[in-house]
Structure formats: structure tokens, C-alpha cells
Design a protein around this ligand. Structure first.
Ligand code: M6R
Length: 611
């Protein structure tokens, strides 16, 4: 995944572009570049490494011009290098292109262009676009891009500028996200809203197959065949500060601390004050469809899949509908069976995860109704689904998913109540009680956050900070919590961690227990509490370092635990929302104590838009 930004207007384009790229660095950070059109033609600065290297280079050699485009890269074709970083140019350096996506037929295109005498400078798929646009350019950049893209197969969001055209920038989209932002006598392009929201809140979400001719304060949109397209402008009312760290040292910590507000936002508009009714009209599912539903399939990747597992437990327990849970990357290759009246619920923070999107396409082609839980408004998952529950969690910048996870579980909780009531398996009194439990969650999260120093201190102790590996155990609703806790620890601290259903311990993992192994045991009050205590005793008997996550007031567990993290008393089915928070904080502080780059862990990008 990469990030693109472009600007035309009175401001210094390099400054606008770099500000936008910094907001997009979560999308990729192995190299970057900016190109501008000025009196000398196309001027460009590129660098290998994170954007701070670019900042330093631009300070030494500032460039400016009438307009410009920029890119932050996460390599797919061609290793991270200066040559492979964007923008890419045609042979005569008349056209510059930035691109997010993958051109699938680039090898054939490259061979054909090389046969025409074109020399390539990079190993990227993107460079073919620059040469193709040059090939078709006869004075009209818009038409040249339109024509070039007819030769291209694959996914792209591109920005294109030309040395002869200081008053126009072209952008196009197919499969990768792209927005155009409008200001007075200026315009922007970006991979997402935070990239430009310092400057404007008025945006067009560009759709697949659309090409935009962007001038100061103007945009003209057509499809690839030249048919005009009219889009509605969206005014984004996110707080600009939402894209900044707001004084926290890392986005991840900021996002963990946002969770009380995030959960309130996820509930907002769906359960009215004083009402016991859940309303999810944007899901676009009728009560008749809910009644007729035979099967629900949840697909997702990573953390979103863990949220999906909580969703499965909730739906089966309360709404009594069988739920199949699939990793999207497995679903797409395993010939799934989609009986009539199947509802698929994809879950995705970014809404751009390639495997999740493909799973959606397959399920739709087999007749499923697709209603997604998604955070990014206007994302590909949102567009390709029949209905949506927007998480309303705001932009998540830290690579490790935190607030997105808890809001996804909250969204599943809402859906479950709605489904169960619609099918007549939950009465009003129970629905009301469950809504009350949900409403209580934000304050309980706040209590955990207010006491985070305890977790901070634990994470700093050498026995945990310097651990080689760790186990996370949970049962029932908190088995997914164990999986999620382990994923959080491994992705940001690089400590090997495994999540297990505690009942599986004797089937293998207990062999790993030594006096150096931290074992995080989720033993909050609920139906499986006693079973968890037995598991804890087994681990303790083998000298394992038990860290129990327990319910406030539970003294019994003290005797069996090396350390305890208490959370407020909670309705068991919703406990995964609360349990996630201390596990996120523990991972965060361990990673910080180990000197890890928490917001941009090695080898990871925020969303996986290619297979
Ligand atoms: O954007 P999505 O929710 O579709 O992303 C899914 C996973 O890539 C994501 O949750 C990933 O596992 C996170 N890095 C976990 O923190």
C-alpha cells in the first residue's frame, strides 16, 4: 500500500504534499518522492527511507512550482530504492506519475513499450503508466491518461502531471482509494481524507473507472470512455486534530485512549437515548431478510477477524443463527458454499484489504447479501457491499489496530440485538438490558485508562519486557481476546506470542511453560471463570509467569497469579471490548520499553491492499 497526494493552487505544493504524505505515512514508508512543474520543467526530489529523510533533503534542496504530486511507498514491484520510488517519468521527463496499486499486466506492457524503443529506469509496474501516457500524449493530458488506462489491467489510484501543463493535474482510480479535495482557487488529491483535511473538508470520493481533470478550484470527471460523470461533494466534519497525535507520543497510544469516545460514537445514532431499539438502516437489510436468514458468514483478516470471532459467539448465542467465520484469504480459495438467504458480514477497518474485497465479490456472485462492518467511509469494501455499519471510529493511523477492533465488536453487539429481536428470539426487556450494558462500556474503559500506570509498570519489568515469547489464554468470548492480545504483542514488540483457547493447553502448548514464560490468562467473571482458574493453577504448578486479567474485587485469583490486571465488572458477552484495552496497553508499553517503532512496525503496512 502506498499514499499519494497532489496539489494545485497558490500554496507551495511541496509543503502541502509533504504535510499530506506525513499523514499517509502509515500506508507505506520505505521511500518517497515529490515532483513539481516549474519554469525548468519537471523538478523532483526522491529519497529512500522514511519521510524524515525527504524532509531533510527538501530542506537542502527546496523545490517549488505551480503544482505537484507526491508519494510514500511500500514496495510491491521492485525493491525499495531511489530508482523505484515515485514519481516515475517517461523517457524525456515530460510526464510524472504517482501510483498506489498494482498493474497486473505490466510485464506485457513493458515488453511492448521496450519493443518500441522505450528504456525503463526502474523495476516498478508504475513506470509503464508514465510511458503509456507519453505515448498517447498529443497536447491533451486528460485524454492521454484516459487512453493509457484503457491498456492497463489492475488496481490504481494515480496522479499525473506534465511539464507542458502547469495548470492541470490528472487523477484516476480503479480499485485503490482516491479523493479529490476542493478549495477556493485550489484543489488537492489524496489517498484519504486526513492527507488533505488540514486544507479542506470538501471532497469527492472518486469511483472505479473515473478520471479527473483538476484545475484550481475545478474538477471535471469522466469515465475511461469519455462519458461525463457527476459526483456529489461530501463535506467531512472530522476534527482536524483527529489526524494528529494530540500530544500522545504515538498514534497507537492516542487511539487506545480514544476508545471511550469511539464506542460512544459507534453507538451514536443506533440506540437513541431512552430507547431500547437498535436502528441500523444503512445495513440495507429488511426484517424479512433477517427472518429468512439461514446462515451468516463473517470474513476478515487479522484483528478484524478476531472481532469477527466475537461476532460469531454473540450472534450464535443470542440470535441463534449459524455463523461461519472465515479468514478472507482462505474463503476466496476454498470454494465456499453459499446457501440461499446467506448474509455475509465482512469486517475491515480500512475497507481496502484485498482478500476481504475478493471474498465479497465471490459471495455476491454466489447470491449472498453483503453487509459490512467498515470504518473508512467511501472505501472499496463500503462501496462494494449492499449495506454497511460504519464503525464511526475516526481515522486509525497506528498500524496496530486498537480502536477499530473495539468498535467492530461494538458494531457486532448492535447487529446481534437487532437480528435477535427481528427474529423474535430476544424480547424487549433483554434487548433493553443489553443496550444498557453496552452504554456502560465507555466509562468502564475510561476507568482502565485512568489506571494504566499499573500496566505501564508491569510492562517495564525485565521478566516481561525481555521475554522471548508469551502465551495468551482465554475461553469462550475471551478466546478471541487471547488471539488479539497475542497479535498485538507480536506485531509491535516482536516478541513471539501465541493465543490459545485455554482448554487446548493440555493438547500441546503446556509443554512450553517454564519460569521464563509470561502467560496472560483472561479470567474475568463469567461462565468459564472456574475453568480458567484451573488452567492458571496448571501453569503456576509449572512455574509459568501468570499475568491474570481479572474482574475488580477478585481476590481469589491473587494467590495463583504473578501479577494481576483488574478490569471493572462487566457483562460477560461484552467483556472482550474491555479486555482488549489492557492487552493493547501492555503490548504498547512493552514495545516502547524495547525501543520498537510502535506506529510503524517492521514489515507491516496499515492495510494490505495486495495479496
Ligand atoms: O483494514 P482491515 O481491518 O481490513 O485490516 C485487517 C488487518 O490487516 C489488520 O487488522 C491487521 O491485522 C492489524 N495490523 C492488526 O493490528
Amino acid at each position: 500500500m502506498c499514499g499519494i497526494v497532489g496539489y494545485i493552487g497558490d500554496k507551495n505544493p511541496t509543503e502541502v504534499i509533504m504535510a499530506g504524505l506525513h499523514r499517509l505515512e502509515y500506508r507505506g514508508y520505505d521511500s518517497a518522492g515529490v515532483a513539481v512543474v516549474n519554469d525548468q520543467g519537471l523538478d523532483c526530489v526522491k529519497s529512500l527511507g522514511k519521510l524524515k529523510v525527504m524532509d531533510a533533503l527538501l530542506a537542502e534542496r527546496p523545490i517549488t512550482g505551480a503544482l505537484g504530486i507526491g508519494h510514500t511507498r511500500w514496495a510491491t514491484h521492485g525493491v525499495p530504492s531511489e530508482d523505484n520510488s515515485h514519481p516515475h517519468f517517461d523517457m524525456d521527463k515530460e510526464i510524472a506519475v504517482v501510483h498506489n496499486g498494482i498493474i497486473e499486466n505490466y510485464q506485457a506492457l513493458r515488453a511492448s513499450l521496450e519493443a518500441d524503443g522505450i528504456t525503463f529506469r526502474s523495476q516498478t509496474d508504475t513506470e509503464t503508466i508514465a510511458h503509456l501516457v507519453r505515448k498517447y500524449y498529443a497536447g491533451d493530458l486528460f485524454k492521454a491518461v484516459q487512453r493509457a488506462l484503457q491498456d492497463v489491467e489492475g488496481a490504481y489510484a494515480i496522479g499525473v502531471i506534465c511539464k507542458d501543463n502547469p495548470d492541470v493535474m490528472i487523477a484516476a482510480r480503479h480499485g485503490s482509494p482516491l479523493i479529490v479535495g476542493m478549495g477556493e482557487d485550489e484543489a488537492f488529491i489524496g489517498s484519504d481524507v486526513p492527507a488533505i483535511m488540514k486544507y479542506t473538508r470538501d471532497v469527492y470520493y472518486i469511483d472505479n473507472g473515473q478520471v479527473c481533470e483538476i484545475k484550481r478550484g475545478q474538477v471535471r470527471i469522466e469515465d475511461l470512455d469519455g462519458n461525463p460523470v457527476t459526483l456529489e461533494m461530501t463535506h467531512v466534519d472530522w476534527d482536524d486534530a483527529a489526524a494528529e497525535k494530540e500530544g500522545f507520543p504515538h498514534f497507537m497510544l492516542k487511539e487506545i485512549n480514544q476508545q471511550p469516545e469511539v464506542i460512544r460514537n459507534t453507538l451514536r445514532g443506533r440506540v437513541e437515548e431512552g430507547s431500547d431499539e437498535v436502528r441500523l438502516p444503512e445495513m440495507n437489510i429488511s426484517v424479512d431478510e433477517l427472518k429468512a436468514c439461514q446462515k451468516i458468514t463473517i470474513v476478515a483478516c487479522g484483528t478484524a477477524w478476531h472481532a469477527g470471532m466475537v461476532g460469531k459467539y454473540l450472534i450464535e448465542k443470542f440470535a441463534k443463527v449459524p455463523v461461519e467465520l472465515d479468514l478472507a484469504s482462505e474463503y476466496r480459495y476454498r470454494n465456499p458454499i453459499v446457501p440461499p438467504n446467506t448474509i455475509m458480514i465482512p469486517v475491515s477497518q480500512s475497507g481496502e484489504t484485498a482478500d476481504t474485497l475478493e471474498a465479497i465479490r465471490i459471495a455476491k456472485s454466489l447470491g449472498a447479501k453483503v453487509a459490512s462492518i467498515v470504518n473508512a467511509v467511501g472505501s472499496s469494501v463500503a462501496r462494494e457491499s449492499h449495506g454497511i455499519i460504519y464503525q464511526q471510529a475516526g481515522p486509525e493511523i497506528g498500524v496496530a489496530s486498537t480502536k477499530a477492533y473495539t468498535s467492530q465488536v461494538t458494531a457486532f453487539s448492535l447487529f446481534t440485538i437487532w437480528l435477535a429481536e427481528s427474529r423474535g428470539v430476544m424480547d424487549k426487556a433483554q434487548a433493553k438490558q443489553m443496550i444498557a450494558h453496552l452504554r456502560a462500556i465507555p466509562d468502564k474503559i475510561q476507568t482502565i485508562l485512568d489506571n494504566q500506570d499499573v500496566i505501564k509498570r508491569l510492562a517495564a519489568t525485565p521478566k516481561y519486557r525481555d521475554a522471548q515469547s508469551a502465551l495468551y489464554l482465554g475461553r469462550s468470548f475471551n478466546f478471541p481476546s487471547a488471539l488479539e492480545g497475542a497479535l498485538k504483542l507480536k506485531e509491535i514488540s516482536y516478541i513471539h506470542a501465541e493465543g490459545y483457547a485455554a482448554g487446548e493447553m493440555k493438547h500441546g502448548p503446556i509443554a512450553l511453560v517454564t519460569d521464563e514464560l509470561p502467560v496472560v490468562c483472561i479470567a474475568t467473571q463469567g461462565d468459564t471463570y472456574e475453568k480458567m482458574v484451573s488452567n492458571i493453577q496448571e501453569i503456576k504448578a509449572r512455574d509459568g509467569l501468570v499475568i491474570s486479567v481479572a474482574t475488580e474485587g477478585d481476590k481469589h485469583i491473587l494467590a495463583h497469579s504473578e501479577d494481576i490486571i483488574y478490569i471493572p465488572e462487566c457483562y460477560e458477552p461484552y467483556s472482550p471490548i474491555l479486555v482488549a484495552v489492557p492487552l493493547q496497553l501492555f503490548s504498547y508499553y512493552v514495545a516502547v520499553n524495547r525501543g520498537c517503532d510502535v506506529d510503524q512496525p517492521r514489515n507491516l503496512a496499515k492495510s494490505v491492499t495486495v495479496e
